[in-house]
Design a protein around this ligand. Structure first.
Ligand code: ARG
Length: 463
């Protein structure tokens, strides 16, 4: 196929170099955005008397037939074309003749591709927001169900203090609300139109950039044409938001994997989200969670690839920038795939409450509460802390838990101990007394559930 830019050259591009240069294999994904952008550009050209109204209508109709034919599968995207922009333009001229050649007036592929990616990512960001909101909702439902389920809370992966499973799950819901905020922020910053920046310097035609920006749903135009064609900040911002989502999913996955192991057995995943082994008949593996954890590296890699690509390129457009698309597409597709599997996996997950409770009974996770008991009798915290440390050492030596010590044994350590200490260190008391804002008691957890419910209602109102 002859190149549109062939005029200046006396020889065709080497075959290997041609393949190397081509981006149609991946930018074909943006055919809809490319055609939509072109339609609005054509409408603007006639509104500004740069082409006639009749020419504009012919172009727009021609573009519509191309769009319909690609959508219906009637027209296959020709992978010999250099990129999607060239393909659509060539098709247009094939269909409507020389008028088609007027479409590229007052435009360049540099602003064209910048528009296409923005339109593409704007929709994809909405889809990811929707998927994250669905996940938050599922977590919130599980949190409601397990608001009173006691489990050990950990630090250093050592049993630390009792919490409820609902409280623990809500920690993830909070993270994902911030992810929604980040996606929305990035979307708002990216929603400015580079169309009309042309190759880099703007144009001598009397165009109306505001008109195309408005028609394409942008909040305004990019104010510097060199920036307009060079900027890929929005890709980096979205990919870093995707990376944070993946990081959260990955930490969650790690816990799912631990909790479903025989060592913990805190949860049971549904059969539809687990796999068996080809050799070990007893196995039920949490592959989905492992894959999500694994794919996190991929999304980080995409972000690093683009950041590295961008760091050394001078203004304005350079062909290096063609590398943005595969990284972006991969990270968007990966994060969507992960969320689509992760959400129903969490929705169908069941807690094994008795195992959580048993685990909470061991490991002296009520030791802080025992120290607090002494503080309430008037001891300074540091002294109480020291006494309880000695009691724990005594228990370990005598293979006992705190609840199993007699009052006399307690009194041997401190005469302030009375019978009500047992009540004070029961797991239920430990949880229920933590009524501080954000804490693990039922009232505090219910407030968190209310916050998430309200967050979801607001977001749904916006979407
Ligand atoms: N395929 C190119 C890309 O993805 C489109 C822009 C080409 N511009 C150019 N001056 N060669 O970046």
């Amino acid at each position: 196929m002859e190149k549109m830019w062939a005029g200046r050259f006396s020889k065709a591009l080497d075959k290997e170099a041609d393949d190397f240069n081509s981006s149609i294999h991946f930018d074909c994904k943006m055919y809809k955005q490319d055609i939509t952008g072109s339609m609005e550009h054509a409408a603007m050209l006639s509104a500004c008397n740069i082409i006639s109204q009749d020419e504009s209508l012919q172009i727009i109709d021609g573009l519509q037939t191309i769009l319909d034919d690609i959508d219906s599968g009637k027209l296959a995207i020709d992978t010999d074309a250099e990129d999607i922009h060239m393909f659509v333009e060539a098709q247009l001229t094939k269909r409507i003749g020389d008028v088609g050649k007027k479409l590229h007036t007052a435009r360049s592929r540099n602003d064209q591709v910048a528009v296409d990616i923005r339109l593409y990512l704007r929709d994809e960001a909405d889809e990811v927001i929707k998927l994250v909101l669905e996940l938050i909702e599922v977590i919130n439902e599980q949190a409601k169900k397990y608001a009173g389920t006691i489990m050990p809370g950990y630090t250093h992966l050592q049993r630390a203090q009792p919490v409820t499973f609902g409280h623990h799950l809500l920690a993830y819901a909070m993270m994902f609300t911030r992810d929604v905020g980040r996606l929305k922020d990035a979307k708002a910053r990216m929603n400015y139109s580079p169309l009309g920046c042309c190759a880099l310097a703007g144009t001598t035609y009397n165009t109306d950039r505001e008109m195309t920006a408005k028609a394409l749903g942008f909040d305004g135009v990019m104010l510097n044409s060199i920036d307009g064609v060079s900027d890929r900040d929005f890709c980096v911002e979205l990919m870093s938001a995707f990376s944070l989502i993946m990081m959260h999913l990955s930490r969650f996955s790690e816990e799912i994997i631990l909790w479903s192991s025989w060592e913990f057995k805190f949860i049971e995943l549904d059969d539809s989200y687990t796999t068996g082994s080809s050799i070990m008949p007893q196995k039920k593996n949490p592959d989905m969670a492992e894959l999500v954890r694994g794919k996190t590296g991929r999304v980080y890699g995409d972000l690093m690839a683009l950041l590295t690509t961008l760091k050394g390129i001078p203004l304005a457009y350079n062909k290096d920038m063609q590398e943005d698309k595969e990284a972006i597409f991969d990270s968007v597709e990966t994060v969507k795939k992960c969320l689509r599997v992760f959400t129903p996996m969490i929705a169908t997950m069941k807690a094994i409450e008795e195992n959580m409770y048993k685990a909470a009974q061991n490991g002296f996770i009520n030791a802080t509460d025992l120290a607090d008991y002494l503080v309430k009798q008037g001891l300074p915290f540091r002294s109480a802390y020291k006494t309880v440390g000695q009691i724990v050492a005594y228990c370990i030596e005598n293979k006992k838990v705190l609840e199993a010590m007699s009052l006399q044994e307690y009194k041997n350590f401190d005469s302030n101990f009375e019978n009500d200490l047992y009540e004070a260190i029961s797991l239920e008391t430990c949880v229920e007394k933590r009524i501080s804002l954000g804490g693990t008691s039922k009232v505090s957890v219910e407030k968190q559930i209310d916050y998430i419910t309200e967050f979801l209602a607001n977001e749904k109102g916006v979407h």
